[in-house]
Design a protein around this ligand. Structure first.
Ligand code: C5J
Length: 229
């Protein structure tokens, strides 16, 4: 392997090193249902405006991976229209009046194919990118994600998306257990609870990166550019 084929990204808790050929970006659940009023996030009583700061850095990160020709995966948390993949424990939770499957201003909440389940237009997938519909918080549960990553020779995953401590962290833990080296792009992720975002970054990078690494988008893009063959 040549030096140019390797990325070294200054990160917490120490440099993140990846073979360029094994690197992919995974963007978790940047959906209207989480980022816009009237969706699932708002139905749970959250201030959805708190997630918007992550959009611009995620756009830059996505553009960098697209320019590099590296794999991009998008996930969407959503359920089948008959809710057969939504456990009662998940469906029953929440204060109401709007629950998963109920009709809100963006169609049926968190249902596959409804306007609210779509990825926000700024980050819409393009042809050739992998889109994973997932019924759980983790993107490996009951999905073909592992097979898609293996088919592309992916060994290292850069994470972006929302929310940091729920679907991003859950998927990062799942990926870590499956042998992927995971890096969280710290400004391309957000939470309805800023303290939970900070705590997540601290807990994944603690203990010598027990779950993974964390670095800002600029550091990732600089390393990506420097590794260009
Ligand atoms: C949540 C997610 N927060 N995408 N989903 O329910 O993090």
């Amino acid at each position: 392997m040549t030096a140019a084929a390797t990325l070294t990204i200054p990160a917490e808790p120490y440099d993140y090193v990846a073979a360029r050929a094994g690197l992919a970006l995974i963007i978790i659940d940047m959906q209207r249902d989480f980022l816009e009023p009237g969706g699932f996030g708002a139905a749970l009583g959250n201030d959805v405006s708190l997630l918007r700061a992550s959009i611009a850095p995620t756009i830059r990160l996505l553009a960098g991976f697209r320019a590099a020709g590296l794999p991009v995966v998008h996930t969407r948390e959503c359920h089948l229209p008959d809710l057969s993949d939504c456990p009662p424990a998940k469906h029953g939770r929440g204060p109401g009046p709007l629950r998963i499957g109920d009709t809100g201003p963006m169609g049926r909440i968190l249902i596959r194919g409804e306007p609210g389940a779509a990825i926000i237009p700024e980050l819409a997938p393009v042809d050739g990118e992998v889109v994973i519909d997932k019924p759980g918080k983790g993107a490996f549960h009951a999905t073909p994600l592992m097979a898609e990553l293996q088919a592309r020779g992916v060994t290292h995953l850069v994470f972006a998306g929302v929310t940091t401590e729920v679907c991003v962290q859950t998927t990062m833990r799942e990926a870590n257990d499956r042998g992927f080296d995971c890096l969280l792009a710290t400004d391309a992720t957000d939470s309805y609870f800023p303290a939970f975002k900070a705590a997540t970054i601290a807990m994944i990078t603690a203990q010598a990166g027990i779950v993974g690494w964390a670095a800002p988008v600029d550091a990732i893009l600089t390393a990506l550019e420097a590794s260009r063959p």
